[in-house]
Write a protein that binds this ligand. Sequence first.
Ligand SMILES: *Cc1c(COP(=O)(O)O)cnc(C)c1O
Length: 226
Amino acid sequence: MACFNPIAENLETVRVDIKTAAQKAGRDPAEITLVAVSKFHPRSAVLAALAAGATSFGENRVQEAAEKFPVPGAKLHIIGNLQTNKAAQAVQLADAIDSLDRFSLADAIDRAAQRAGRLPDLLVQVNIGDEPQKSGIPTADSEHFIRAMRARFGTALKGLMCIPPADLDPTPFFYKLASMADTHGLPIRSMGMSGDYEIAIAAGATHIRIGTAIFGQRPATSLPPT
Ligand SMILES: *Cc1c(COP(=O)(O)O)cnc(C)c1O
């Protein structure tokens, strides 16, 4: 029998760090939603985090998410590059899709939402560093794309998400995303992961997506965030 579960302890550490980072930035910690990224970890890890007070979870593959969710009391965010042919399943399962980044995916989500009679919250993922290998709408196209998504999905479009380049100081990228969200009057800025969430909070993150710092290392075979 497991008598020691590091997940609760890790969560508490992250919570304290969020609070400290928020206070340092003159922000209310209650404005910041922690999305616990449970990809590659079993449903039991989700339940452990839920028991320790986590309420929002992130998964980057719909198939894997469907093996663990729904979990009563847990909100599910799809945070990874979403294939068009998985959009229908994502629409049924998720409370939020954080990786809307192209018109073909918007079409698939729209069709699936009509059929399912439900539409998750949507975030546009911006390829904030314009990296060729990364998902997200290129920054040059983002203005037009965000306007089009707003026109199409109305208030279901809640905000923007980004993953800055891994090898650069993320600060200017976070500020850029926050400013784009401001320009469009969008309330949510999902930015910051285990290695940089304190910086993201200083730059105005409303949602941070934390995997490793809560659940520990993922298997070496897991793919980096795209
Ligand atoms: C895996 C992943 C995360 C969490 O990364 P950690 O460094 O483990 O906190 C956040 N966002 C996205 C999009 C991811 O794929």
